[in-house]
Design a binder for this molecule. Sequence first.
Ligand SMILES: NC(=O)C1=CN([C@@H]2O[C@H](COP(=O)(O)OP(=O)(O)OC[C@H]3O[C@@H](n4cnc5c(N)ncnc54)[C@H](OP(=O)(O)O)[C@@H]3O)[C@@H](O)[C@H]2O)C=CC1
Ligand SMILES: O=C(CO)[C@H](O)[C@H](O)COP(=O)(O)O
Ligand SMILES: [Zn+2]
Length: 341
Amino acid sequence: MLNTIYRLVAPRRFEIAFQDISLQGDEVIVRPTHLSICHADQRYYQGARPAEVLAKKLPMALIHEGIGDVVYDPQGVFKAGDSVIMIPNTPVEKDDVIAENYLRSSKFRASGFDGFMQEHVVLTHDRVVPLDPSIDKVIAAFTELVSVSMHAVLRFDRFAHKRRNIVGIWGDGNLGYITSVLFKATFPDTQLYIFGVSEEKMSSFTFADATFNVNDIPEDLLVDHAFECVGGAASQSAINQMIDHIQPEGTMSILGVSEYPVPINTRMILEKGLRMFGSSRSGREDFERTVALYQSNPEIINYLSNIVGAQVPIREIKDMNRAFELDNQKNMGKTIMIWDK
Ligand SMILES: NC(=O)C1=CN([C@@H]2O[C@H](COP(=O)(O)OP(=O)(O)OC[C@H]3O[C@@H](n4cnc5c(N)ncnc54)[C@H](OP(=O)(O)O)[C@@H]3O)[C@@H](O)[C@H]2O)C=CC1
Ligand SMILES: O=C(CO)[C@H](O)[C@H](O)COP(=O)(O)O
Ligand SMILES: [Zn+2]
């Protein structure tokens, strides 16, 4: 069967490629229906990564957040038409200690190989998670990002000491919002403070206990633990501010991606005895926990609906460019491509 792949070949330029898909293999064939744009996709689309990185990775199909319908499953585990979430992390080995998303041998779609901007995606069974028909597909499209927050919140629970009276989340964008929703659902008794730059964006964090503009934080305000969901050039000020406003022995969870090394106040990390840990991407267990949370706490879906941004029907390449341009101009929210390919 001939598959069509829509690859980014240079900043802002998509081109069509064809590849044969064998129907004799064991894998599930999925037709994407709803794809969601991540900051990482934008960095490739805008050419915001160093030239040597672009030269190594492109041409490549973008997008690692998405759902689709099963077209064919040779093993009969899924029926044609079943709605599924696609997992972008693709491990090639198992380890008793290191999670699948941290194994250096794992590949990640739309970073190390083709992402979901294809007519059909071929996945092994363990890279496919059933999606209950009751879940809104537009929201389900960005489950991968929700699973990243799930992963970080679970790791926080493993690493942070037991005093969790006040936790701060820096970043008032999509990742900050989703991490805040999941954190509050998991730790309802912890006071959750949001630290951001826009009063308008922070007004949507209705479930938080307080919001603060990062230019106007009371000097004596302290949190027990903190999450960084900012990334880019602003990581430096955000991480240093977290170090200033965290109690000794607190845990700092870093999620924002920065292109260049970030100078941070290591002297104070030492003096306060802080623990800092990074979280990147997610694995099957995080997807399963996320889907279970959608079922057990349906209000999560309502909260996530607040960050649904533009929904762009995609029929041809110019629609793909339009979706990425719209996403780049937006203030907040997830841009969803309704994939009609
Ligand atoms: N670890 C992982 O696996 C993942 C990491 N990421 C990364 O996380 C980062 C955030 O992603 P996302 O939420 O989608 O991006 P957004 O741009 O939506 O969010 C970042 C937010 O932080 C705000 N901000 C800027 N400066 C500060 C500051 N000093 N303190 C607090 N907030 C600030 C930004 O405001 P303004 O826009 O006005 O500057 C923006 O609202 C990115 O680097 C992304 O690549 C994303 C997905 C998964
Ligand atoms: O968005 C992410 C996960 O959802 C990660 O930030 C993304 O995978 C980083 O990839 P790259 O190294 O290609 O920027
Ligand atoms: Zn992402």
